[in-house]
Ligand binder design. Structure first.
Ligand code: AMP
Ligand code: MG
Length: 491
């Protein structure tokens, strides 16, 4: 039997400047821990074929399937504000691209599949914990309806990786609409290679922004589209309490997908200054700073695109600045719309911004749980008695009551029935998110050889907008922690 992948590798065809042909390094004992069967089907792959010894060999990188042209992509990037002219796929190898059942081009990449020309001092490997973490969280994001890379499979390698201590190794098979990053453009800009920038921009337009192809200035439209998608993406992150944690320019997908699930995590208690990553000492990538950082990253992209925007440099700068100036407006609009829906508003009134702002400020001050507050508001929108559950989330519930009076007054301007409003709110306010304490428990069990908690959490996260009594424990609040939650890049 041979697992068939319908490969068509447009990125490999871009040429030698963009990537290096790289064969994955075989691992000792590939064992398929988790296969995403629905995603395999979407990709036009046979999940039964993949769920085999040969499938595990392929997904671990031991066997390169026919039609694959494995490459490591070149890219640069600003890491915490410092430019590194060469990063690249140091521990990921793009097997190739398939055209999925809905005619979308999707990358299949193996993360942790051995050293590449871009590994620098790294081993090219990934540890089991971070691989399963990315699996859980990226799939949770997809189920929440956010643009994201996906997880096709997690394979144990049967080999240790050397970090602060010895850890079991794994490979993640990751799927993305592409892996082009802001940092990919920066790689060529740093080398003054304008021809490569144009070629890359054309590739991105063809792949992600066809509407730009026929615009009067395709590259200008491309930049506008990228900014728009990022604005919406960051707004949506914030609407589910997501903190990316390492928004370096090499971790910002040009397609507007969430990518690079290293130190990311979700808020429990709402605090806009939340930083989870142990290496983010200045709060550069804090929850509330995400739009500011996205804009900063897009300014770096604009610098790369200047030669394409206009032959006259002054005009090119003006064009880029005008678009960047509208980024915050686009973000604010998406943010306001999203939170309007979260508090059950269908129409818009001038006081809505203040109503939302005041709720969030109150949640921060009174240490309310982000997810439970909004989910609870949906119930309270249907029946006033249910308001008791929400107010109990606030340290000082009386302050919530004062806000709720304003909220109910505002709802009087709306025409939906309470039941309809509840349904609409439940569709945007998840009951279940990957809560940190749950993720940690599932990973700890997996490290000890028990995948059952990982499987169950994964199942709980698959239908986040439903109240499922069987999975009620995943909607519950974490135990009170003395120490703030911290994540580690775990590379
Ligand atoms: P990240 O923090 O995951 O975005 O990675 C930043 C850069 O470091 C990328 O170029 C990665 O490919 C590279 N990198 C991270 N971990 C490793 C590793 N274990 N081996 C080789 N390269 C790595
Ligand atoms: Mg990265």
């Amino acid at each position: 039997m041979t697992v068939h992948f319908p490969f068509d590798n447009s990125y490999a065809r871009l040429g030698a400047a963009f990537s290096r042909p790289t064969t994955p390094t075989p691992v000792a004992a590939p064992l398929l821990l988790k296969l995403n069967r629905p995603l395999a089907l979407e990709l036009g792959l046979d999940p039964d074929d993949l769920n085999s010894a040969e499938g595990a060999e392929i997904l671990a990188g031991n066997h390169v399937p026919p039609g694959a042209e494995p490459i490591a992509a070149a890219y640069a990037g600003h890491q915490f504000g410092h430019f590194v002219p060469q990063l690249g796929d140091g521990r990921a190898i793009l097997l190739g691209e398939v055209i999925d059942r809905q005619d979308r081009r999707r990358d299949i990449q193996l993360k942790g599949s051995g050293p590449t020309a871009f590994s620098r001092n790294g081993d090219g490997r990934a540890a089991l914990g971070p691989v399963l973490r990315e699996y859980l969280v990226s799939e949770a994001m997809a189920s929440l309806g956010l643009p994201t890379t996906r997880a096709l499979a997690a394979v144990a390698t049967g080999e240790p990786v050397y970090r602060e201590k010895l850890l079991p190794g794994a490979v993640l098979a990751r799927v993305a609409s592409s892996h082009v990053r802001v940092g990919t453009f920066q790689f060529f800009a740093a080398r003054g290679n304008d021809a490569a920038i144009a070629r890359l921009a054309d590739h991105v337009i063809e792949r992600h922004y066809r509407e730009a192809a026929t615009a009067p200035n395709p590259y200008r439209t491309l930049f506008e589209c990228v900014c728009e998608r990022q604005a919406v993406l960051v707004a949506r992150w914030m609407q589910v309490g997501f903190v990316h944690g390492v928004m370096n320019t090499d971790n910002m997908s040009i397609a507007g997908e969430t990518i690079d699930y290293g130190p990311c995590a979700f808020l429990d208690t709402y605090d806009p200054a939340t930083v989870f990553s142990s290496i983010d000492r200045t709060g550069r990538y804090a929850y509330a700073n995400q739009p500011v950082v996205a804009r900063w990253n897009l300014a770096r992209l604009a610098e790369c695109l200047l030669p394409l925007l206009d032959p006259d440099e002054k005009k090119a700068v003006e064009t880029a600045e005008a678009t960047l100036a509208s980024f915050m407006e686009a973000f604010e609009a998406a943010h306001l719309d999203g939170f309007r829906a979260k508090i059950g508003l269908e129409t818009s009134r001038t006081e809505d911004g203040a109503l939302i702002h005041d709720l969030l400020a109150l949640m921060a001050r009174e240490k309310a749980d982000f997810t439970s507050t909004f989910r609870g508001l949906g119930k309270a929108a249907e029946s006033e008695e249910a308001e008791a559950v929400v107010r109990a989330l606030f340290d000082d519930p009386i302050r919530f009551d004062q806000w709720a009076i304003r909220w109910r007054a505002r709802l009087k301007f709306e025409s939906r029935s309470p039941a309809e409003r509840r349904r609409a709110m439940d569709a945007v306010n998840p009951a279940v998110i990957p809560r940190n304490h749950r993720v940690e428990k599932a990973l700890a069990a997996a490290m000890a050889g028990d995948l059952a908690p990982f499987e169950r959490l994964n199942e709980a996260l698959a239908r986040p907008f439903e109240d499922r009594p069987d999975f009620a424990e995943y909607a519950g609040l974490p135990p009170k922690h003395e120490m703030p939650y911290r994540t580690f890049c775990g590379t």
